[in-house]
Design a protein around this ligand. Sequence first.
Ligand code: GUN
Length: 298
Amino acid sequence: MAARVIDGKEVARAKRAEIKARVEALAARSVVPGLAVILVGEDPASVSYVTGKEKASAELGIASLGRRLPASASEAELLALVRAYDADPAVHGILVQLPLPPHIDERRIISAISPEKDVDGLTAANVGRMLLEEPCFVPCTPAGVLELIRSAGVETRGARAVVLGRSNLVGRPLVNLLSRKSYNATVTACHTGTLDLPAICREADILIACAGRPGLVRGDWIKAGACVIDVGVTRVEDPGAKAGFRLKGDVDFEAAAAVAGWITPVPGGVGPMTITMLLDNATAAAERASGILPGSGA
Ligand code: GUN
């Protein structure tokens, strides 16, 4: 294997130590950051993500004030819950775990969150502020990806970055963030409508795979020495595994690692950073609300 494996758990540990110190500084002012993660239904992957977020919050001293609703919960019920959290001064951050059941309008729910509590960075106000480079909450997974690239010492300035995936949660924000002057990458946005994906990926100095398609990116799609960030986490059946499944990324890890300069594993790459950046955003929301950080909102 040629590639250096970027250890997301290690990068997350260092970042969480820094967040913990900020939470302790808030505690000295009698402020406990409050994070409300709302889960609707029992999708096993979502349950596991939400449990991970609650566990990590507890470790840092962030209060989990969220709730779990049955899949049958109505849009009106969920909207009322989001509005109640939005009005509650003990709640500094709100995250509605996605996807929502099909009978609920996702945008309608997210729009009920005030920008200053939108720690997921998904409201129209935060997306607009991000585009304008105004202070905002950056979505957690893109923020985590950027931390991983930075921690590996990979140069973004002048690099060709290819983002494979165009979700609001991951692909679109990354395309925008990497093209900022502070990163100065030349970014190509790819998706399922792109012709000759392999050829475009082969040009990437930094390849970010966030298409949600297990094993899509083959070894011969990778430029020698590239930095490969695998955001995919799909559960695939594995009768040999204790749980009956294993997590598979969008990248054929073994083949890509033989060619790449850096690569993130699945699990243990982007996942721990997503949670960490959520805690970072929740802590920043509490800091802003209590006047430690400038600005009343995001
Ligand atoms: N589902 C998978 N990842 C995320 C995330 O970062 N935020 C929300 N709200 N839902 C998700």
